[in-house]
Design a protein around this ligand. Structure first.
Ligand code: CIZ
Length: 327
C-alpha cells in the first residue's frame, strides 16, 4: 500500500512537471503571462507570473506588455483584466468558472435602487459583472473599499453586491449611510462562530483573521478583518506565531510559503470555493494551446466599466501587492 502510494505520488509529480514544462513553452510561443488569484490551487499558484488579489492583478495587467493574459481566477476577474486591457487577449481557462456573488446583482434592479436613492453614489465591489460595473460610479475591492467610500462626497452609498463587506465598510465609515445590497459569498458564509470557537480551543495562542465577506457573527469575533492582500501584510508584521485564517483555503499556500516560521490553520474544511478550484494545470495547458476561452466585454459596456475601475485605481494609487514570480 505504502509502495503504491509512493509511486502514485511520483506519477503525480511527473505529471505536474511535464504540464508545467509545456505551459512554459506555450507561454513563450504565445507571448503570454499567467495571472493567478490568491484562491487558486497550489499547483496553479506555482505557475504564476503574477499572483495576488483582484486589485493587484488588475494593476499588474495594465502594466504588462504581453499579447495574452491567462487569468486563473473567475469570470469577473478576467472581465476586469480585459476591460483594462482592450488590446490584449484575455483567456479564462475554464469557461464555467463564475462567481455566484457577482450574479446576485443585475442592472435593472440596480437602476431601480438608484431611483429610490437619487442622492447616493453606487460603489460596486469588483465581484460583479461588467454590466453592473458600467452602471456604478466607482469600483472597489475588499482591500480598498473603505478608502473608496471615504473618498466620495456623497453621504449615502449604495454598496453592491456583498452585504457583509458593506457592513464592514459601515463600521469603518460611520459618518456615512451604507445601503447594502443583499448579496453574499456562498463560500465565506459557511464559516460559523462555532468553527472559530473550536479552532481557538485547539490553538489558544492563534490570532483570528477573517475576510470581510464572512458573516457578521465572524466579523464580531475575529481579531482582525482583512482582505487577502492585507492578510499577507498583517501576518508579516504580527508578533503572533499562529493564525486561524477565515477565508478561502487557497490563501494558506502562499501564507505558509512566505512565512515558514509561522503556523496557519483553516477553521472549516468547507472554506473551498468550487469555482476557483475548477482551474487545473490541464485546463491552463489547453487554454494556451487552443487560445480559449477568450473573455471580451462589449465595447460600450467596457468603456463605462473602465471608468469605474480606473477611478478606483486612482484612489488606491501605486500599491501593488502582487507577487511577481514566473516559471
Ligand atoms: O479582491 C479579491 O481578490 C477578493 C475576491 C478577495 C480579496 O480579499 O482579495
Amino acid at each position: 500500500m505504502t509502495h503504491h502510494m509512493d509511486s502514485m505520488k511520483k506519477e503525480d509529480k511527473k505529471y505536474i512537471e511535464s504540464l508545467t514544462k509545456e505551459i512554459v513553452r506555450l507561454k513563450k510561443k504565445r507571448n503570454a503571462i499567467i495571472m493567478v488569484h490568491n484562491y487558486q490551487r497550489d499547483e496553479i499558484q506555482n505557475i504564476a507570473d503574477i499572483s495576488g488579489d483582484s486589485l493587484a492583478l488588475s494593476e499588474a495587467a495594465v502594466k504588462t506588455n504581453v499579447d495574452v493574459i491567462v487569468f486563473c481566477g473567475v469570470h469577473f476577474m478576467a472581465e476586469s483584466a480585459s476591460i483594462l486591457n482592450p488590446k490584449k487577449k484575455v483567456l479564462l481557462p475554464v469557461k464555467e468558472a463564475g462567481c455566484p456573488l457577482a450574479d446576485m446583482v443585475g442592472v435593472e434592479e440596480l437602476r431601480a435602487k438608484r431611483k429610490e436613492f437619487p442622492d447616493a453614489a453606487v460603489v460596486c465591489y469588483v465581484n460583479s459583472n461588467a454590466e453592473v460595473k458600467a452602471e456604478s460610479d466607482i469600483g472597489c475591492t475588499s482591500s480598498n473599499a473603505v478608502a473608496v467610500v471615504r473618498s466620495l462626497p456623497n453621504k449615502r452609498i449604495i454598496f453592491v453586491p456583498d452585504k457583509n463587506l458593506a457592513r464592514f465598510v459601515q463600521s469603518q465609515v460611520p459618518e456615512k449611510e451604507i445601503i447594502a445590497w443583499e448579496g453574499f459569498c456562498p463560500t465565506h458564509i459557511v464559516l460559523k462562530g462555532e468553527d472559530i470557537t473550536k479552532a481557538k480551543k485547539i490553538h489558544p495562542k492563534a490570532e483570528v483573521i477573517a475576510h470581510p465577506e464572512c458573516s457578521s457573527e465572524i466579523q464580531d469575533i475575529a481579531d482582525h478583518i482583512c482582505s487577502t492582500a492585507s492578510m499577507f501584510k498583517y501576518v508579516k508584521s504580527s508578533k503572533a506565531k499562529e493564525f486561524i485564517i477565515g477565508t478561502e483555503s487557497g490563501m494558506l499556500y502562499k501564507l505558509r510559503k512566505e512565512n515558514p516560521d509561522k503556523i496557519f490553520y483553516l477553521p472549516s474544511e468547507h472554506l473551498v470555493c468550487p469555482n476557483m478550484k475548477l482551474t487545473t494545470l490541464g485546463w491552463v495547458t489547453r487554454s494556451l494551446e487552443l487560445m480559449v476561452h477568450e473573455v471580451k466585454v462589449p465595447k460600450k459596456i467596457a468603456e463605462r466599466a473602465r471608468v469605474s475601475l480606473e477611478k478606483m485605481l486612482k484612489i488606491t494609487g501605486e500599491r501593488s501587492g502582487a507577487t511577481i514570480s514566473g516559471v
